[in-house]
Design a protein around this ligand. Structure first.
Ligand SMILES: C[S@@+](CC[C@H](N)C(=O)[O-])C[C@H]1O[C@@H](n2cnc3c(N)ncnc32)[C@H](O)[C@@H]1O
Length: 263
């Protein structure tokens, strides 16, 4: 399908540098090897080669969501693509589900959730800070073209949304998930999934203790994912010298009915 004005595209130069741009017929992209008018890109297909005014060759692609997330302007720290995939699988986010998410932050997690729940699912994403909420709204609009009908962006405290949302899944990336855990213990339907992304060990210890003490959560799993990219050039086939170090711990659990007391 031909690229349209208003679409976000990726240009990749001969050194592998990525540039994200929103196609606007009146604008020109400039880099160290010359210029390319956006109007020359509109109507081309993703996967084409483009030549700049100084003869530089660039590859034109529709970005993957992972490309977009890594290059988009950020307000809050994002969940990196290396963690987004495992979160979707282990938190078991699937078509048709209702997911309550917070904080919206920069919107990276929100966009991955919207794709995973599909058109029959719903994502309610809550952000306590106005500036982050409006930043995320713009990033999500830019990716999808408009705010998807099945996404509610709410400014406020996520703990207050559990009772009304009754989510199948809760997905949290915020410093203190305790209040939301309490609200989930009370109002999330049993059998549902609760997930928190936490950067430090004390946060993980605290959340796991609170979950166990409440006796309303089971199947608690804590995971960490490390990804090594590889360099494959001629006979040099080896891991890259640099990798993303620590990001966060992934804490998964299931909401259950209170355990029966022992006789
Ligand atoms: C690390 S960012 C989230 C990034 C987001 N997951 C992403 O991938 O772009 C954490 C966000 O949680 C928000 N936050 C903190 N406490 C909150 C609460 N109780 N309810 C809603 N949002 C909250 C913060 O304002 C911040 O924007």
């Amino acid at each position: 399908m031909e690229l349209q004005a208003g679409e976000t595209v990726l240009l990749i130069d001969s050194k592998g540098r990525h540039f994200l741009l929103k196609l606007d017929a009146g604008r020109t992209f400039r880099y160290h090897q010359g210029a390319i008018a956006h109007s020359d890109l509109i109507g081309m297909d993703g996967g084409s080669w483009v030549t700049s005014s100084s003869g530089g060759q660039m590859l034109l692609l529709r970005p993957r969501l992972a490309d977009y997330i890594l290059k988009m302007r950020r307000g809050a720290q994002i969940v990196y693509p290396k963690d987004l995939g495992p979160i979707l699988i282990y938190a078991d986010i699937g078509p048709g589900m209702t997911v309550l998410e917070a904080g919206t932050g920069s919107g990276a997690m929100t966009m991955a959730l919207i794709r995973a729940v599909g058109p029959d699912g719903t994502v309610v994403s809550v952000e306590i800070r106005d500036d982050h909420a409006s930043h995320a709204r713009k990033a999500i609009e830019r990716w999808f073209g408009s705010i998807p009908d099945n996404l509610s962006l709410i400014t406020g405290d996520v703990a207050e949304q559990v009772e009304t949302t009754k989510p199948d899944r809760i997905v949290l990336d915020l410093p203190d998930p305790s209040e939301t855990l309490n609200a989930a213990a009370e109002h999330q339907p049993p059998g549902g999934g609760f997930f928190a992304y936490l950067p430090t060990v004390p946060q993980v210890e605290k959340l796991v203790k609170e979950a166990r003490d409440s006796r309303r959560f089971a199947e608690i799993e804590v995971k960490e994912f490390m990804v090594r990219d590889w360099n494959v050039k001629g006979r040099s086939v080896r891991p890259e010298h640099q990798m993303i170090g620590h990001t966060g711990f992934l804490v998964f659990m299931r909401r259950i009915e209170a355990e029966p007391s022992e006789n």
